[in-house]
Design a protein around this ligand. Structure first.
Ligand code: UD1
Length: 338
């Protein structure tokens, strides 16, 4: 297949491009590098031994997208990953988040229609599930717009837009993936997560503490009703996640279909830190802190639908993911700027 990836130089995008090429597909990247680095493309080329076609395009710009597809197409599928994803920033910049995340999705769906592209895959989030009583989350678990931040809401709105759009043509194949918590890196250590500024997510913070860049990890809440009092998440290796994209476009069915991509095996904050200590051989200093506003006690899924329908299942555990993340961290202490 010829696949167009928006945001293909980002964390999930770069790993997806590598897996697509490894499976014999052809990938073209549209990325404006506002949240990613062109160095990622060089690294993808190094891993795959190819020269990936890429264009610097802001995918909220319909004209630029049209011209880019005219030049680099035709395509069998679009994987739309480009989005802004910082939760805290979305609270202070809601208009920018809706404009970027919803606007780009509308532009890319219109491009799908205009250029006769049959398959569209959307990068969504497991945070669209609203009821803790529904754990483990399945695709029919309750969702809604009662979500704590504009980022998650923008993703949920896109899902609804896609569902409406799917009804306008019987041959359209639309896939909404709902990711749980991606961690890890490519085993080469050449591509990985490269957060801009001070990271907010657990994994990059833990890696920086292990590397001596940050002094300690704050444990946001030890009074949850869980194994050790810390919150539970479904951490999934980014390479497994990338392979989930591949499986989803290869098995795309007509209509709109949602799939959870997770492991189904939740880990606590302390368990993830212990796994990183083991993988890195470094001791990680932790301090107790209050719960973080908006955090859920637990989010994890039952990934059975993806297994049955897409023949996909996560293969790697958190130990492997921590080892791979540590290799990326050591080889690139300042990310792609190193
Ligand atoms: C967040 C986003 C989610 C996004 C995901 C990317 C929210 C509500 N959700 O998920 O939309 O897809 O990042 O991976 O923000 N923790 C600490 N100390 C830290 C940082 C985190 O104890 O310094 C804890 C958190 O309280 C949480 C767990 O670690 O229990 C994971 O946090 P994080 O990596 O930020 O991911 P989520 O909040 O689950």
């Amino acid at each position: 297949m010829r696949v167009l990836l928006t945001g293909g130089a980002g964390y999930i995008g770069a790993h997806t491009v590598v897996e697509l090429i490894a499976a014999g597909h052809e990938a073209v990247i549209f990325d404006d590098f506002s949240c990613s680095s062109p160095v990622a493309i060089e690294r993808i080329n190094e891993i795959t031994g190819t020269q990936v076609c890429n264009r610097t395009i802001d995918v909220t710009d319909a004209e630029a997208v049209r011209a880019g597809i005219d030049e680099t197409g035709p395509f069998d599928a679009i994987i739309h990953l480009a989005a802004r994803k910082a939760i805290g920033e979305s609270v202070s910049l809601p208009l920018e988040y809706y404009e970027n995340n919803v606007g780009s999705t509308i532009v890319m769906l219109a491009a799908m229609r205009e250029h006769g592209i049959s398959t569209f895959l959307f990068s969504g989030t497991g945070t669209v599930y609203t009821h803790q009583e529904d754990l483990p989350f399945v695709e029919t678990s309750r969702t809604g717009l009662a979500l704590p931040n504009p980022y998650s809401k923008s993703k949920r709105i896109c899902e609804e837009i896609m569902a409406d759009f799917a009804r306008t043509g019987p041959d359209r194949r639309l896939i909404g993936l709902r990711y749980f918590n991606p961690i890890g890196a490519h085993e080469s250590g050449l591509i990985g997560e490269d957060p801009q500024g001070i990271p907010n997510n657990l994994m990059p913070i833990v890696a920086r503490v292990a590397a001596g860049i940050l002094p300690q990890v704050s444990i946001f809440g030890r009074d949850y009703d869980t194994v050790d009092g810390t919150a539970l998440r479904d951490y999934i290796h980014v390479v497994d996640l990338a392979r989930g994209h591949l499986a989803a476009i290869e098995h795309a069915e007509r209509g709109m279909h949602f799939y959870n991509l997770g492991t189904g095996q939740p880990s606590s904050v302390l368990e993830l830190i212990a796994a990183f200590e083991e993988a890195s051989g470094r001791q990680i200093t932790v301090v107790d802190a209050p719960r973080r506003a908006g955090d859920a006690q637990a989010t994890y899924c039952l990934p059975d639908k993806a297994h049955v329908k897409l023949a996909w299942r996560a293969e790697f555990g958190i130990g492997r993911a921590c080892g791979d993340y540590w290799r990326w961290q050591q080889q690139n202490p300042e990310g792609y700027r190193s």
